[in-house]
Design a protein around this ligand. Sequence first.
Ligand SMILES: C[S@@+](CC[C@H](N)C(=O)[O-])C[C@H]1O[C@@H](n2cnc3c(N)ncnc32)[C@H](O)[C@@H]1O
Ligand code: SF4
Length: 396
Amino acid sequence: MDSRDSPDGLEAHESDAPQFGIYIHWPFCLSKCPYCDFNSHVRRAAIDEDRFVRAFAAEIATTAARAPDRTVSTIFFGGGTPSLMQPATVGGILDAVARHWRVAPEVEITLEANPTSVEASRFRGYRAAGVNRVSLGVQALDDRVLKELGRQHTAQEAIEAVCVARSAFERYSFDLIYARPQQTPAEWADELKAALREAGEHLSLYQLTIEPETPFAALHAAGKLGVPDDDTARALYDTTQEICAAHGLPAYEISNHAQPGAECRHNLVYWRMHEYAGIGPGAHGRLDIDGDRHATATEKRPESWLTRVELKGHGLITDEVLTREETADEFLLMGLRLAEGIDPERYAALAGRPLDPARVAALRENGLVETTPAGRLRVSLPGFPVLDAVVADLAA
Ligand SMILES: C[S@@+](CC[C@H](N)C(=O)[O-])C[C@H]1O[C@@H](n2cnc3c(N)ncnc32)[C@H](O)[C@@H]1O
Ligand code: SF4
């Protein structure tokens, strides 16, 4: 048993029921954070949200015609900064979803929000539009660090936004970034404990990644931004696991912590390899059509996406049928991020061959993978920091 196991020894297991998620991308931000390489754009002129709602509705209609008869179990507004949208825009998009698909009565509808006071003032409007879960990008609880990260809010403002979220929504989560320049495990432990005092059922804790072609990458290359060495990164990771588990929020995924049962169901759709539609500029999707798994992606630039959708009813620039091998590799890549691990038989069915027993045995001997009592294969806690290497080894 490790800290990710439930105290009663019962294993989390995959739901057999097929889940269908919808990802909606809102591609605008007030400013660009220097570490971020998500598809986000800053515009000086006001955004014509009505025009965007019409385009989102058109792309939803086209996608539903290709993938009809689904029941929507989760919807996720991601960005960019979806909390810059007017609540009526969110409501208009949700209405379009409901016009084209059945929506499950217990649907989870999440919206990513930046924790400024202006954005928090819209939370009740989002709730009225149908959003029932919010995920806030708090990032740090130290004003100096928030400034370095290029954030538009203070720590106090973020905590106030968390309070508004708590009163407006049934469910909320927030994100922090750790393994930041010069951060020590002791400092991070204090910050994480302070965050846990504000946390509800779910927290996302991301190690800072230096993404190519960001201002942070340029600073790093110039020797002006030191990131923790491997040993410190490892200690920061271990500290995170210990403190969160002791607080009742074990990791159910490499960077995501929740009380059992309070996991983000939308993200589980990705990690458990269910089906999801990607709507909006730069959105990715996976659709199962006539026995083929399609990987879709749309045009990233917001204005070009709009023009394409207005002309053709969709902004797709990629629509590839994945091979058996590619589907099985993706299953490993996604499923091994989860504490519940993967079902080796599902892998064998997807790949047309089982996992190589010699490779599994070698990884097990090195303490990097383990088999759960239910026969699932998962990456051990010591294996998580080298997850990519484990996946590459098993997929080879
Ligand atoms: C795409 S952002 C959208 C959320 C929202 N715009 C915000 O910034 O709060 C989703 C999350 O990804 C994480 N993230 C983005 N870039 C990252 C990086 N380079 N390293 C680690 N985490 C990152 C942040 O924690 C952020 O909250
Ligand atoms: S981290 Fe969030 S607010 Fe900052 S640029 Fe990326 S998407 Fe926008």
